[in-house]
Design a protein around this ligand. Sequence first.
Ligand SMILES: [Zn+2]
Length: 332
Amino acid sequence: MNHIGQDVISDTTKSVSPVIASMGPEKQKTLLRTMNCVGIALHSGEKVSLTLRPAEAYTGIIFRRIDIPGSKEIVASWDNVVDTRMCTTLGSEDGVTISTVEHLMSALAGCGVDNVYVDVNGPEVPVMDGSAQPFVFLIECAGLLEQDAPRRVIEILKPVRVEIGDKMAELIPSDTFSVGFEIDFESEVVAKQEITVTMVNGSFKKEVARARTFGFMHEVEQLRAAGLGLGGSLDNAVIVEGDKVLNEDGLRYDDEFVRHKVLDAVGDLYLAGGVFLGSYKGVRSGHALTNQLLRALFADKSAWRYVDFAEESAVEVAPKEAEVVNLVAATA
Ligand SMILES: [Zn+2]
């Protein structure tokens, strides 16, 4: 567990939360240089090119459909989410959309990228290997540039929860950002899995980034029949049939399934437009419920606030304590 004692906080930092004070005024970041990759779109099966370009401080993450000249920019924001079936789809005011943004958003969150233009020449972000790792690699190849502006931190002040049937998603106050998830499937190979990952010290890259999306064979057949998932294959998803994983090389983590749900949640939460100081917990949750959670959060002004860096005082109290990765595996 990561504990930073209240006792390090002096009176001069009243408005600064303990962890923020200990982190010091973290700066916004963009990429050092432009990077490109080409991959397959999961649903159309077509080849698509993705280019990440550096952007000024306070730009945020902006998608641009370069195959539609004159189309408006699509801001990566929770209130621009127009579809959450299968994946997260964002739309601009002129109705142009970009789908399957969540794995890239997750990589940008995990690598701490605040400002970037994402140019795509089709309606979907390429699926790559079904995880966030190829995007992490792309970002690392680009390098990060620190900008002269503080990062936007969203502090959760009171619990906010949304539920649909047996599905639940919530954000609760915490002195770190952590994402916990619980899934429960009938298939023995997936079964009940639970994990909590605290996003510090490279834990995203190590514990989350490589977890691939997954699906069940009967769903794949249904999708194909509906003309969807045409780009899906054992190269970009873990496919389960009955109680068996069909991928020859097996799993990347024993509990890859729940880790992928964490990956998705990190990406969907980054549509909040800042870094959370709070804990997310999802039980059988998904893109739709996480988006509803953000809508519920931002509808309640008493549930959150932007943390203001009181820079000088934060620096004064800024002994950066070694933060410990808190990885709580299944309750077992
Ligand atoms: Zn996913």
